[in-house]
Design a protein around this ligand. Structure first.
Ligand code: F6P
Length: 344
């Protein structure tokens, strides 16, 4: 058995821990493992690297991905697909383990329907994949964002300022909700709940009346502000990637400016950006990645293909890849209502 492993989409902490787990478990079955560089592009470009124990030594706590990543979509056009097929044959692999988010695993699902043997492992700091309680990278991003908000808290208090913290979260607000709840945000704004500026300002004014002269507003980059003309989304660039995604960003700056204009309270913005995806994974992500990696190889050993590893409660299970495609796991409303208790 020869397994190819790849990481696709945005990177996140914990990818290397998953690669290491795949190689170590694969070796225990005497499987051959190759790495595919830069996501699906590695098949298109025939960019492979043979893996053994030596190559993955010391990578457990390492951020990023030793394989590199990309947002290449082999289904983009027929020419790319032809190259992909040629590359796949050239790799000599029997099965692919794709570590990715909605786009990478969407490709994995299509490939599975087209007859390829594929197993998926879910990763993304957005935690927006259905059928799994958590994805690799999420807990690390939460820890980074919460630590940043803690730090912003002390300077907000010293200066009596409104501090707007923009966190990642393209379609959903898991990261904003967890980090905001964990670090004591006064307002959390998420894509699932379009907001009115007046409501945000109302909460901040009420805090001031209650003697609190600073406020922390955590906003997900994909949050939508309700204007007279409709809901506004904020883009850093309208250029689309191969999966049709635009680059989000800018809502924090607009919000800080408009809060200041409306309330008269001095406001500042901090955009956490890619800091949230960098550096060493927290232990929870290392363990999740290790469990997913081992389980993915066990699926292959049991000839259980076309599945994604998933965490349900404290169990790792296999779910059909097609069940996660085209769906988004939005923030649990019960959890959000707990966060709301601490607003204001
Ligand atoms: O999907 C993960 C994510 O970090 C999103 O939260 C964010 O919108 C996007 O990736 C940013 O992607 P890039 O690094 O390509 O700008």
């Amino acid at each position: 058995m020869k397994i190819a492993v790849l990481t696709g989409g945005g990177d996140c902490p914990g990818l290397n821990a998953a690669i290491r787990a795949v190689v170590r478990r694969g070796e225990s079955y005497s499987y051959k493992i190759i790495g595919v560089r830069e996501g699906w592009r590695g098949f298109v470009d025939q960019n492979f690297i043979p893996f053994d124990r030596e190559k993955i030594t010391g990578i457990l706590p390492l951020g990023g991905t030793i394989l590199g990543t990309s947002r290449t979509n082999p289904y983009k056009d027929s020419k790319t697909m032809e190259k992909f097929k040629t590359g796949f044959t050239a790799s000599g692999c029997d099965v692919v383990i794709a570590i990715g988010g909605e786009d990478t695993l969407g490709v994995a699902s299509k490939l599975s329907q087209d007859g390829y043997k594929v197993v998926g492992i879910p990763k993304t700091i957005d935690n927006d994949l259905e059928e799994t309680d958590f994805t690799i990278g999420f807990q690390t991003a939460v820890a980074i964002a919460a630590e940043a908000i803690d730090r912003i808290h002390t300077t907000a208090e010293s200066h009596n300022r409104v501090m707007v913290v923009e966190v990642m979260g393209r379609h959903v607000g898991w990261l904003a909700t967890y980090a905001g709840l964990g670090a004591g945000a006064d307002v959390i704004l998420i894509p699932e709940r379009p907001f009115h500026l007046d409501d945000v300002c109302g909460i901040i004014r009420k805090r001031t009346k209650n003697g609190r002269r600073f406020s922390i507003v955590v906003v997900a980059e994909g949050a939508k502000m309700v204007r007279k003309e409709g809901e506004e989304t904020f883009l850093a660039s309208s250029r689309k990637d191969e999966f049709g995604h635009v680059q989000l960003g800018g809502i924090g700056a607009v919000l800080a400016k408009e809060i200041e204009a409306k309330t008269g309270y001095e406001s500042r913005v901090t955009v956490l950006g890619h800091v949230q995806r960098g550096g060493t994974p927290v232990v929870a992500d290392r363990i999740l990645a290790s469990r997913f990696g081992v389980f993915a190889v066990d699926c292959i050993q049991k000839k259980n293909f076309g599945v994604m590893t998933a965490l349900k409660g404290n169990q790792i299970v296999a779910v059909p890849l097609e069940t996660i495609v085209g769906r988004l796991k939005t923030v649990d409303s019960e959890l959000f209502s707990i966060a709301e208790v601490f607003f204001g």
